[in-house]
Design a protein around this ligand. Structure first.
Ligand code: PMP
Length: 429
């Protein structure tokens, strides 16, 4: 059955009149979808499935951009939220739940001697950067990866509109797996770098010794090491990627998967630094909101009790290996690869046969959506995904990859793209 997006397309026009971008998140907005040929608004979701406002059903490979690690409407989490709701959402004083969650984080995450909470990953990364500046008395930062929407980070990207030039000068980008690029920043800014903040792993694996060396260089230069675990946290393992790789940073930031979708993040780290959080300004009205904290506690306990992480790695591996095999079989592997760890995978696509990466991705998305999967180029695995689900996706890929290969070879891809192209949020300069 061909999926239609009449309601989504109609509603988009209305929403755009009152909400810029018609979404609260770039990656959930119409920019990320083939124009006119994709669902844009969700009606509901359960388990591993999501329904759009046209009534179409999809196996969700996005899972709210990673927070939904257990599955939608996961009973234990929803029950914990309801139970807390009966006691109150937020109070005029701090609640005991905060202590319970901080203790759980300390139990699992190597650097987490102390913790403070936030709402978005950006709260935690920005808090970590401010803390490092306060501890070291320095202003400059070295960054590697994505760290959120605040000035100090987004000023390093192409979407830097509105960020003061003076702020931009304080942040320096280095290249993953390239120690020389980090050393250069320290050499050019002696005694000025407060912290190195980085994603421990994105879709590229760390070269042997890379993370150890980053830590050594950072400390040798008197800076703090901050690991941004907003993606890796609760997916690489209960102790995050720092435990997985056995490298303990000074501070770390968690978010996304920690409460199965409830809005919460955590800034954690060594006591000697974290104690100073009381002196800087890291404080907000909703920081102790109890429904999210209750949800985080139960989510982490479910991760402890059930083989959630083992499951997402196991079926993730079947999917990743299966997809890469199909890409090879169809002689597409040279320019399309599924990278990353089994629990979180990313399609890496390059232009070929005169077509751009975005044209290839747009066609793939069009076909994958029609096959019944919500897809934006990643496999965000959840406990609700079953082996059967994954096999269905692999069967769909088998057909779609065969089709795209033919279209690429016969130079007929463009005329088979039925809507406008996906937009790059970060324009290539
Ligand atoms: N760090 C990383 C590694 C992220 O992926 C993200 C979000 N995509 C953030 C920080 C920012 O998190 P949030 O969008 O919740 O502010």
């Amino acid at each position: 059955m061909i999926k239609k997006f009449t309601e989504s397309n109609k509603f988009l026009k209305e929403v755009l009149e009152v909400i810029p971008l018609a979404s609260q998140t770039f990656s959930k907005s119409y920019l990320q979808y083939i124009k006119g040929e994709a669902p844009l608004f969700a009606a509901r979701a359960k388990g591993a499935y999501i329904w759009d406002i046209d009534g179409n059903k999809y196996l969700d490979m996005i899972n709210g951009l990673l927070p939904v690690i257990l599955g939608y409407q996961y009973k234990a989490v929803d029950e914990a939220i309801k139970k807390q709701l009966k006691k109150g959402i937020i109070f005029s004083l701090s609640s005991a739940l905060e202590y319970e969650l901080a203790s759980l984080l300390r139990k699992h995450i190597p650097c987490a001697e102390m913790a403070r909470f936030g709402k978005n990953g950006s709260d935690a990364t920005t808090g970590a950067v401010r803390l490092a500046r306060a501890v070291t008395g320095r202003d400059h930062i070295a960054v590697c990866g994505y760290h959120g929407w605040h000035d100090w980070y987004i000023g390093t990207t192409t979407r830097d509109l509105g960020v003061p030039e003076d702020t931009k000068k304080l942040s320096h980008k280095f290249i993953y797996n390239d120690l020389a690029s980090l050393e250069k920043i320290f050499a050019e800014n002696p005694d000025k770098i407060a912290a190195v903040i980085m994603e421990i792993e994105n879709y590229e694996e760390p070269k042997t010794g890379f993370l150890e060396k980053v830590k050594e260089i950072t400390h040798k230069n008197g800076a703090l090491l901050i690991f941004d675990e907003v993606i890796t946290g609760f997916r690489w393992g209960l102790g995050g990627a720092q435990k997985y790789y056995g490298i303990t940073p000074d501070l770390a930031c968690f978010g996304k998967s920690m409460a199965n979708g409830m809005p919460i993040s955590a800034l954690v780290g060594k006591k000697e630094y974290m104690e100073k959080v009381a002196d800087i300004f890291y404080s907000f009205t909703q920081g102790g909101e109890a429904l999210s904290i209750a949800a985080a506690i139960v989510t982490i306990k479910e991760l402890e009790k059930k083989k959630v992480i083992a499951h997402i790695w196991k079926i993730g591996k079947i999917l990743q290996d299966g997809t890469n095999k199909l890409l090879q079989k169809n002689r597409l592997a040279e320019f399309i690869k599924v990278k990353g760890k089994p629990c979180w995978q990313v399609f890496s696509i390059s232009g070929v046969y005169g077509y751009s990466d975005l044209e290839i991705k747009t066609y793939l998305q069009q076909e994958i959506i029609q096959a019944g999967f919500l897809w934006y180029g990643q496999h965000n695995m959840s406990f609700a995904h079953t082996e059967k689900d994954i096999k269905k996706l692999l069967n769909a890929y088998a057909k779609i990859f065969q089709k795209i290969k033919k279209l690429l070879e016969s130079k007929k891809l463009k005329e088979n793209i039925k809507g406008g192209l996906i937009t790059n949020v970060f324009k290539v300069r």
